[in-house]
Design a protein around this ligand. Sequence first.
Ligand code: FE2
Length: 519
Amino acid sequence: MTTKKELVQFLLAKKIIVTGKLMAMIKEQNDQETEKLYTDIQNKDDDSIRKIIFSYLQTEKQKEQQNKDVEKENTLATNSAQEQNKEATNDASDIEEVKEGTVSIISSFTTKEVNKEIQDFVSYFNERYKTLERLLRGRQELDNVTAIKRALQKEEREHVAIIGIVKEINETKNKNIIITLEDSTGEMKALVSKNKREIYEAGKSLVRDEVVGIVGVAGKGIIFVEKIVWPEVPVYNELKKSPIEEYAIFLSDIHVGSKQFLAAAFEKFLKWINGEAGDEKQRALVKKIKYVFIVGDVVDGVGIYPGQEHDLEMTDIYDQYAACGALLAQIPKHMKIIICPGNHDAMRLAEPQLPLYEDMAKPLYDLPNAVMVSNPAMVNVGRTEGFPGISVLMYHGYSFDYYIANVDEIRNNGGYDRADLVMKYLLQRRHLAPTHASCVYIPFRDYDPMVISKIPDIFATGHLHKTSVSSYRNITLICGSCWQGKTAFQEKMGHNPEPARVPLVNLQTREVKILKFME
Ligand SMILES: [Fe+2]
């Protein structure tokens, strides 16, 4: 007689995710039921086991808790073997006709962490200043820019323009904003009057350590600010469109290994992407999906926060990646899966995070269609002769928490529900984490990898567990959803995740749709 423990071990060995629901059902069943389930799945291939387990989960008890769409999936999953074989045969022949997508990595960081000294931070900020200063010098408003040392010598009421790193931001007794700016020649104060509404609002959005241009009138050792200039994205940024109809989808925050992982919804997504769900039009469309972006937090990780072990279905990181690999292996092989790490993954937290550790995430490296990149990374897809391709900036979004908490224009306009506002904010600053305190980072001596030096066509993020789709100066802004139910931490913080949504981008028209796999 098979014990329940043996059954669970068998499932894990087959890389089947033993979710909380499944575990509870196994615990509740009697010995005969355990034996029957074990007999049913023994000597079956992985795909058949998955289907049997999926059907098993759809018992009367579970049906009460499942939404109508998932019940529909149950019907699909229990189709006759003959029908399934027919579908499989059709799919195989159709997939052969589909051309693979083209992916080239523009930037993915591979430099290993080494011991850092104070001087590294100095060099790092100097490099950031130099790169962003070059961008700002191209701006018409800063034609007459001078070094701070010279600006300090200007006569009162003279026009003055400087470029500096924001060292401090304070408020005067009269509620004006006083900024201290710094360049390699010195530092200088600039005053933003509360009576100049538009400039005051702009001034309130400043954060420490960002690089800006300040235009104004000289006072005694101070500038009275008339305009704040950010590095920005050019107004006339080209909207690139692929000459062929092909699609990219964006996933993030799958969190495999969490008790809250939404296995049924992910199964539903996998069926859809395999052309086993939806109408004829949908089935035809999925064959044209060439790129699957996964923007971090592919697993829930281990030891990410105190007490996480109570929230984990799988407490071994190797098991988590094995289960994740088994899921992603079901994505059709003609689709390229581009994966970067997030703060829950097996990688140092300091950014840029390198591609996932190869030993721990081996099941993902073993996927023939996976492309592993760092966080952040820039990837080009769909390049053909005569078309330069679509550039996608991937950044998980760990720094977003800081800007949501500290920038009024983001916090007061939707905060965690508005990833698009954070993305726009960072694009204007051409930096993914301008403030020192907004993320843990590696201070490289010779460049700042968090500077957005090249303008992407698509800026893809995650981390907030809520989809957001928008556009800023022809850059498509996408925040992925999640595949994890609401955690106790999110409940406490008042976050409102929207799981199981998938933004789909038509690279030919650049239109974006959001598909829902759970109501
Ligand atoms: Fe996440």
